[in-house]
Design a protein around this ligand. Structure first.
Ligand SMILES: Nc1ncnc2c1ncn2[C@@H]1O[C@H](COP(=O)(O)OP(=O)(O)O)[C@@H](O)[C@H]1O
Ligand SMILES: [Mg+2]
Length: 273
């Protein structure tokens, strides 16, 4: 884990607002979201579906222009895709006609640069895919495909890794295995991670801080510190402290969702006789 010696945040989002222009008018997805992320920190973003989590994350990646506000990486504005930022999505998005090695080489072909094979081989070994370079995506399980996507994202040594519900499609056991893997890689690779998840347990297991967003237009509703020591064992995850924090965050999300539908809830009440 890198230490932030400069005092400046690794990633800084200031007053990020994004409006999508739709046929039925402008839709404000996120509204003046601000967040400072320290180097080497793992921050999770949780919130109700459609609250703007993906929009927030994509704005950090430079893949999405903001309507107003700014994103700074090491103090410099992020205005487009950068090699310093890696991304992992819910789907592994491997090209089906390329084997694993060729999939991992793909970004380098696009960039016209040479991959660091020794680094990639060490990553493949770390995630248990060293024997699978010649396999095609259809020959790999969902968990293996997601591990490959993780290797592809880390292959060009980004200092920031952005993950959008990366393990949401995996079964619970594979997901826990992936969480341990991410923690393991993070413990010896200096990476700053921002993770969107709908699993509060996953957020607690992995994060230093958890950001809760309010429903659309998404705003930063609250930020929770996760004080548990690392590496976080399954035992820690079954303590009362984790249970309590999970509930606080869950109730917060449910609370924001309820406040979104008061009119409909009222409509659904049976008429008084
Ligand atoms: N490209 C787009 N064009 C128009 N509306 C969009 C677009 N992407 C997302 N939205 C809308 O913006 C809101 C936030 O979406 P998103 O960031 O995907 O939320 P989340 O990831 O929290 O589910 C939603 O209402 C969604 O329908
Ligand atoms: Mg999303």
């Amino acid at each position: 884990m890198t230490q932030d010696t400069s005092g400046q945040p690794k990633l800084r989002v200031r007053n990020a607002t994004k409006a999508y222009h739709t046929r039925s008018g402008d839709l404000i997805a996120i509204d003046r979201c601000s967040l400072d992320i320290k180097a080497g920190e793992i921050v999770s973003i949780v919130g109700p579906s459609g609250c703007g989590k993906t929009t927030f994350l994509w704005s950090m990646s430079g893949l999405h222009g903001l309507t107003s506000g700014e994103v700074l990486l090491d103090g410099k504005p992020v205005t487009g895709p950068s090699r310093d930022i890696g991304m992992v999505f819910q789907e592994a998005n491997l090209l089906p006609w390329r084997n694993l090695d060729a999939n991992i080489n793909f970004p380098f072909e696009i960039m016209g640069t040479k991959p660091d094979r020794a680094w990639i081989d060490s990553l493949l070994g770390r995630v248990g895919l060293d024997e699978f370079g010649s396999r095609f995506p259809r020959e790999l399980s969902g968990g293996m495909q997601q591990r490959a996507a993780l290797v592809r994202a880390l292959s060009y040594k980004p200092s920031v890794l952005l993950m959008d519900e990366p393990f949401g499609a995996l079964d619970a056991f594979t997901r826990e295995e992936m969480n341990r893997l991410v923690e393991e890689i993070w413990l010896d690779t200096p990476t700053t991670i921002v993770l969107i998840t709908h699993s509060i347990e996953e957020a607690i297991f992995l994060s230093d801080r958890i950001v809760v967003m309010s429903p659309r237009p998404g705003r930063v509703a609250s930020i929770h510190e996760v004080p548990f020591p690392r590496p976080r064992s399954p035992e820690i995850m079954s303590t009362k402290e984790v249970f309590d924090l999970t509930n606080v965050i869950k109730l917060e999300i449910v609370g924001t969702q309820q406040s979104r539908y008061p009119a409909r809830v009222a409509e659904a009440q049976p008429e008084a006789q």
